[in-house]
Design a protein around this ligand. Structure first.
Ligand SMILES: [Zn+2]
Length: 269
């Protein structure tokens, strides 16, 4: 998301919004103020909070908030560039450029909110501190205060903001920690390794994304089932849940244990 934010920060300022919408009925989460209120206004760049992108209007009166969830894709189309016929959301700028949100699959999860600044603040206040740069002391306090499986806690935006399911896999692998370990049972060295792994992996991801790398090159563990672990060569294992999938190296992370059984997986949720 940070790579996307940086890529869009300049282009969205260049021209005022010519047309806001249309938006898919399931994608647009607010109706007051109406989307058209954005038209004629200039955006003041892009900010990021956790996995959400914020587009404040230059006059400070409105904030457009976007959350891509897992299947949403945001694309910048230059003037004259062909785009999808019926995107989930479209923002057209004077001069002809467009910002287009699409979402694979029938279930529409990605969201667009148009808010006044106070409402935007309320929408974001439940988010935990930004994961990047958190440091071992603050991370340790979060882990100690919430007894949960590590993969689930890392993805929880209320605990710490900015880590999705894929990066939780990458980070835990780098930290050599089991995704199923309890947050309250980590030692001091574990917490330090985890804090370092968060910064290292998110920085690595940002660098690759800025160079235009796709998922397959960016992720080394996530979505690499049965491929050799980049550290030890053991085939990567996975556990499926309804909403996400945990990928891990049994050798590096779970002392050789492979957790495949679905009932067991459910117990470990
Ligand atoms: Zn390994």
């Amino acid at each position: 998301m940070e790579a996307l934010r940086r890529a869009l920060d300049d282009p969205v300022r260049a021209f005022p919004v010519a047309k806001a919408g249309p938006a898919h009925v399931a994608t647009l989460k607010t109706y007051d103020p109406p989307l058209e209120t954005l038209e004629g206004r200039r955006l003041a760049g892009v900010r990021r909070r956790g996995k959400r992108l914020l587009f404040p209007s230059e006059d400070g009166e409105l904030v457009l908030l976007l959350h891509l969830m897992t299947a949403g894709r945001l694309r910048w189309l230059g003037a004259g560039e062909a785009g999808p016929k019926s995107p989930a959301f479209r923002l057209s700028f004077e001069g002809g450029a467009q910002l287009v949100l699409t979402e694979r699959g029938a279930r529409k999860r990605a969201g667009v909110w148009l808010l006044v600044p106070d409402a935007a603040e309320r929408e974001l206040e439940h988010l935990g501190p930004e994961a990047f740069g958190l440091g071992a002391a603050r991370l340790g306090a979060i882990l100690a205060g919430d007894s949960r499986r590590l993969h689930s806690l890392l993805r929880d935006q209320r605990a710490l903001a900015g880590i999705g399911r894929a990066w939780a896999n990458e980070i835990l692998h780098r930290a050599r920690l089991s995704p199923f370990a309890l947050s309250t049972q980590l030692g001091e060295a574990d917490v330090e390794r985890l804090a370092e792994a968060i910064d290292e992996e998110l920085a690595r991801g940002l660098e690759l994304r800025e160079r235009g790398a796709g998922d397959k090159r960016t992720y080394r563990v996530h979505d690499h089932l049965a491929e050799p672990c980049y550290v030890c060569g053991t085939p990567i294992a996975r556990v499926d849940y309804e909403e996400h999938t945990v990928y891990y190296c049994p050798e590096c992370q779970t002392e050789g244990r492979v957790l495949k059984d679905r009932r067991l997986s459910r117990l470990l949720r």
